[in-house]
Design a protein around this ligand. Structure first.
Ligand code: SF4
Length: 463
């Protein structure tokens, strides 16, 4: 394949899909595909789908309805547009997508998108191709590194997938089925990717994986590494100022990872550690493999190692069988921890997961009412957390131009967006900013003198 063609990739869902979309674009670049932000201009449209949210497949089919119109309009101009469905819905639905959506030329799962060029060649040969295998070859070895220009365009903060799949089998979750068994990339491969990113100007790396703290990739000595040791190794990459990781399981907060929170200044004091419920009965029904006490103990150990740590979490309300007492236990856990933020969702059944078959499903009205109460509690804690940032000076990674002239948007150590008036030349710097104002989700500040002392933030919202 050759020539200047355009690919439009729409990502749904989590950071792992954003990462995969970038890597698909990188794989297609040597094939002559340039990225476009306009689907109407594209010769190839890829929907990189997510299966986590409710009615995920329905949403993909309705999106495909819009894509079909674009494809038809292009055909009237004598232009062929190829349409691919990638990601977790592609993995789960497979041939059903080809059957239901005649506009789709290609279905490719999250473990086989490195084969895109060969699959597109088959499509160009007149086939409608499906590849939802879990191949034996190493996908990451078969991917193409991004160009410096592509990396720069994507900004100073980057994701790197270090681990995929999950062996935990929480009863509500599709990940073990769509992403497969847990696998970890070797340390050397990840360090090489981090080094390339740093050389192109990236300052912050977030290591991502469905269960990232179960990371156990091969180290240079041939032995399995841990996420803690990997973080230490990446912190040595020249140019990398900040590290984060997500998403973690409470049962995998091992000693090396907790020590990294104490020993690595580059590791930001912000941990997203999903708990889902505060009730032991529901945690057992979810097959979370930890209790409320285990979870609180993990947080306490991290807090002892890094007193400035702030926490966020995920919650599911209305899991089958959840009583008012179970829900109260979740609210009391929230009060006990004091979160800086959280994601919360109503339980919705995923076909093929064990919880979908449980008898005592909760009514929508009950779920909605509980979700509203939970979100109120979290919003209050988040507002409290942000309010306590007012008057503080802390380091901000300046990321990109803001909406107003002369403004730059950066990120605090706690991942809050920070708006500050500053020179565009400072993008990519980590600079001290004094917070002068806050709203529900953002901070506003002024550049501080580099010598101005950063206060250690002993941050705890709520209770
Ligand atoms: S640990 Fe996370 S990814 Fe794994 S099954 Fe549970 S919810 Fe899904």
């Amino acid at each position: 394949m050759s020539g200047a063609r355009k690919v439009f990739i729409k990502s749904f869902g989590c950071q792992m899909n954003v990462y995969d979309s970038h890597r698909m674009a990188d794989k297609l670049a040597p094939e002559g595909f340039a990225e476009t932000a306009t689907p109407e201009d594209a010769d190839l449209i890829i929907l990189n789908t997510c299966h986590i949210r409710e009615k995920a497949a329905d949403k993909v089919y309705s999106e495909l309805g819009r894509v079909r119109l674009i494809k038809q309009a292009a055909a009237q101009e004598g232009r062929r547009v190829m349409v691919a469905v990638a990601g977790c819905v592609a993995q789960a639905e497979g041939a059903e997508i080809i059957r239901r959506a005649p506009s789709v030329d290609l279905v490719v799962g999250p473990q086989s998108y490195h084969r895109l060029p060969a699959l597109l060649a088959r499509v160009e040969g007149g086939e409608r191709a499906i590849d939802t295998e879990f191949p034996v070859e190493d996908k990451f070895n078969a991917l193409t590194p991004p160009s410096r220009e592509a990396t720069r365009r994507r900004g100073v903060s980057a994701f790197v997938t270090v681990q995929e799949g999950c062996d935990k089998f929480c009863t509500f979750c599709v990940v073990p089925y769509t992403r497969g068994a847990e696998t970890s990339r070797p340390v050397a491969q990840i360090v090489a990717e981090a080094t390339r990113l740093a050389d192109a100007g990236v300052r912050e790396i977030t290591l991502i994986g469905q269960n990232v703290n179960a990371y156990h990739g091969n180290g240079p000595d041939g032995r399995a590494s841990t996420l803690g040791r990997l973080l230490h190794r990446i912190a040595e990459v020249p140019g990398i100022a900040r590290l984060r990781y997500t998403t973690s399981h409470p049962g995998d907060m091992d000693a090396s990872l907790i020590a990294a929170h104490r020993d690595l200044p580059a590791l930001m004091p912000y941990l997203h550690l999903p708990v889902q419920s505060g009730s032991d009965r529901i945690l057992a029904a979810m097959n979370r493999r930890h209790t409320r006490a285990d979870y609180l103990d993990a947080l306490a150990r991290v807090r002892a190692a890094q007193p400035a740590i702030a926490f966020s979490s995920d919650f599911i309300v209305g899991f089958p069988g959840e009583t008012e007492a179970d829900f109260d236990a979740t609210l009391s856990l929230i009060e006990e921890v004091g979160y800086a933020g959280a994601f919360s969702f109503k339980y919705s059944a995923r076909p093929g997961t064990p919880a979908a078959d449980l008898a005592d499903q909760i009514g929508e009205d009950v779920k909605a009412e509980r979700l509203a109460r939970l979100q109120q509690a979290i919003d209050r804690q988040q507002a409290d957390f942000n309010a306590r940032c007012r008057g503080r000076t802390f380091d901000v990674l300046l990321e990109k131009p803001g909406r107003h002239a002369g403004q730059i948007v950066g990120r605090s150590p706690y991942l809050q967006p920070v708006h500050v008036m500053a020179e565009p030349a400072l993008i990519g710097d980590v600079a001290p900013v004094t917070i002068t104002d806050v709203d529900a989700y953002s901070l506003f500040g002024v550049m501080a003198r580099p010598s101005q002392a950063r206060e250690p933030l002993l941050m705890r919202a709520g209770g």
